[in-house]
Design a binder for this molecule. Structure first.
Ligand code: SF4
Length: 380
């Protein structure tokens, strides 16, 4: 792609962008993409709305996206149309010390078009809470035998905590392999922030509910657990969840099975155990996409994951009967905050050399987060 000599537009305040039509915004976004060429990478998460996805260079899950951008040598700036922790991961991977050195010291700027695009699950585990939990657990069990595992949907500070304490990161695709790695090293796992992914994965490994307990960071003592329960536990699950996937209920599965004979229920492991137990197939976003892509025409699906992804699958596969598992709208409202106006505003500022909403993880946090991410890469 070429970089034209046209002068960058003079960006205005965000409120100016609110008065523009979608067509005007789309044209201006494409203008920046043309002028910046391969220096700019726009990443669009699978759960992002279609109007934004239309401008993305890559579409995928958070980890795939960060890796794709980090591998583009010419990239100078990333606009991450996802949520905050995803932009942090992109910053960490794109600005690893070896990569910055290879670029002669130049960092890649990562921007999140709307800083209010957070993740309710990630926000359920703050670093001070995790540090307090670790210290409290140390009064009951030997933390030398406890491996912290964080889902990639977490703040960089939690990934760094895992790096420092012999722990690891997992995704929904490799959670089982990561837990196997952790159990090869120690007797117990502290899994955060998503209790459902932790519980659903541990159960596939034959770990019973009697060997799991839930850590409530707001409980006055020991996360709401007795000493005996903690001593008996192999998996300590952080009391966090995804507010989107929590909306799917077992009765939705029952209702659809009754009304649509032969329907296959396909859900994400962030759904509750009760939903997962009733499903036919359970897996990550990539797994969900693969199942639908490989299915014969006429297959009937009810899918339990974020609405935008399911709607996109429905349009891409008219030969199959795809419906949403829940009767109510379950979309990632925080990711939805990133719209064309925010994208256009942030891109024009980037191009003008006046980047807004830059996500920068401090070097020490990034260093330890990379340690935990590298352990994951070595496992799966
Ligand atoms: S879908 Fe759930 S886990 Fe994913 S970004 Fe949204 S709130 Fe977070």
């Amino acid at each position: 792609m070429s970089s034209s000599a046209a002068a960058p537009p003079i960006p205005g305040p965000f409120t100016d962008y609110r008065s523009l039509s979608d067509a005007e915004l789309a044209a201006r976004i494409e203008g920046v993409r043309q002028r910046m060429g391969r220096r700019l990478v726009i990443l669009g998460h699978h759960y992002q709305q279609d109007g934004v996805i239309a401008h993305a260079d890559f579409q995928g899950d958070s980890y795939q996206l960060s890796r794709s951008a980090a591998e583009r040598d010419e990239c100078e700036a990333i606009a991450f149309c996802g949520v905050h922790f995803m932009a942090e991961t992109a910053d960490i991977l794109a600005n690893r010390p070896d990569k910055v050195a290879a670029r002669g010291g130049r960092r890649v700027s990562v921007v999140l078009p709307d800083l209010a695009a957070g993740c309710s699950m990630a926000d359920m585990a703050a670093i001070h809470q995790v540090e307090d939990a670790w210290a409290d657990l140390g009064t009951v069990i030997d933390t030398a035998e406890l491996t912290p595992v964080t889902y990639i949907n977490s703040a960089a500070s939690l990934k760094a905590f895992c790096g420092r304490h012999g722990g690891i990161v997992c995704t929904s695709s490799n959670a089982r392999a990561v837990l196997e790695w952790a159990f090869a090293r120690g007797r117990r796992v502290l899994f955060f922030p998503d209790q459902h992914l932790g519980r659903n994965t541990a159960r596939t490994m034959g770990i019973g509910l009697d060997q799991m307990c839930v850590w409530n960071p707001h409980a006055p003592e020991l996360g709401g657990n007795g000493t005996a329960a903690l001593e008996a536990s192999r998996v300590i699950l952080w009391q966090g969840h995804c507010s989107v996937h929590a909306m799917f209920r077992p009765e939705h599965v029952d209702g659809l099975r009754k009304n649509i004979p032969g329907v296959k229920i396909l859900v994400h492991p962030e759904c509750s155990m009760e939903v997962v137990d009733k499903a036919d197939l359970v897996g990550s976003t990539s797994y969900i996409l693969r199942q639908v892509e490989q299915a014969p025409p006429g297959t009937k699906w009810a899918i339990g994951t974020e609405l935008h992804l399911v709607k996109r699958l429905e349009s891409a596969h008219p030969e199959q009967e795809i419906r949403f598992l829940s009767p109510v709208v379950c979309m990632c409202a925080t990711m939805y905050r990133i719209d064309l106006a925010h994208l256009c505003w942030s891109l024009e500022h980037l191009e003008a050399g006046d980047a807004v909403n830059v996500i920068r993880v401090d070097d020490e946090t990034a260093k330890w987060a990379v340690v935990a991410l590298e352990r994951m890469l070595a496992v799966a």
